[in-house]
Write a protein that binds this ligand. Structure first.
Ligand code: ATR
Length: 274
């Protein structure tokens, strides 16, 4: 049933839009790894069954996308610390009967900010917008960089408070604030809300954007997002989430293949093709 070539897939619903097959094919070519990476559309009520079938057919690992990241977390028999903290898994590795669940989204974001944008998180005042799955997934990797403070602001303030409570026992420098309470400039502002999808900007005072602020939107597109435009109008630098996409993929590839691909060329190719 299995042939010689290791198989990987991105599992989602929908999944046709996913750039992961293209990214991993480029990583494989660059690192001279022989593998197949495909798209797997799982029925909304059939994620676990789809994973088990894929394992039987020789699958060695998978990326997991909307709406299955929580189910992937539940299905894993072993979780990395960052997947536990995220409460979601975007990467699975199949090791015999074990399923390792990891979450590479947060480290992907941090790598894009620190290495690619050249902005250290250490010692900085960081503002995280949103309290959904995307926000939760990046909190531990951000805190691991030792920012001066991490402020979480969300439209539904109670959700931000709840999220902070999960981390504040171990990290004293994380707290929740209302959008209306934020006035001073932050060093780094990360938009982890889905507001950009609706072409909306979270209700932030322009004064939080300083001239040295990096405004980062986890969304990306051909054009700057509304959040990026808002930040740039108020004097800040802005960056979209394309680099995070490529870096999270590189971390998955590392987990599976034990080699970290070079992301710069792949990033440039994806950017040019948007
Ligand atoms: P995801 O997995 O992408 O994080 P989610 O869990 O549904 O998706 O969370 C969406 C996040 O975007 C939430 O923080 C949501 O705020 P609420 O909790 O108050 O709903 C936030 N969000 C969505 N649309 C928004 C908008 N127009 N303005 C501000 N925040 C928005």
């Amino acid at each position: 049933m299995t042939d010689q070539t290791d198989r990987y897939a991105v599992i989602g619903n929908p999944v046709a839009h996913s750039k992961s097959p293209e990214i991993h094919a480029r990583f494989a070519a660059q690192t001279q790894q022989s593998l197949i990476y495909e798209r797997l559309l799982a029925p909304l009520d059939g994620f676990a069954a789809a994973v088990r079938r894929f394992i039987q057919e020789g699958g060695r690992g998978a990326n997991v996308t909307v709406p299955f990241k929580l189910e992937a977390h539940a299905l894993a028999t072993v979780l990395t610390e960052r997947a536990q903290a995220a409460g979601a898994a975007n990467t699975l590795r199949f090791d015999g009967n074990a399923i390792l669940g990891d979450n590479t989204d947060g480290i992907g974001l941090v790598t894009d900010i620190v290495r690619n944008a050249g902005v250290p998180v250490q010692g900085k005042r960081v503002l995280l917008l949103g309290a959904g799955g995307a926000a939760r997934g990046v909190i531990l990797p951000l805190l691991s960089e030792n920012p001066l403070s991490l402020t979480i602001a969300n439209r539904n303030h109670a959700k931000a408070v709840q999220l902070v409570q999960e981390f504040s026992a171990q990290h004293k420098n994380v707290h929740a604030d209302d959008f209306t309470a934020l006035h001073e400039p932050f060093d780094i502002i990360i938009n982890a809300t889905s507001a950009s999808l609706a072409a909306e900007v979270p209700p932030l005072s322009p004064s939080v954007f300083g001239n040295d602020t990096l405004a980062y939107d986890m969304m990306y597109g051909k054009e700057p997002t509304v959040f990026m435009r808002f930040a740039m109008q108020h004097g800040s630098m802005a960056r979209d989430g394309l680099g995070m996409l490529v870096e999270q993929a590189a971390e998955s590839f590392l987990l599976w293949r034990n080699v970290r691909p070079d992301t710069a060329a792949v990033f440039a190719q994806l950017r040019a093709a948007l």
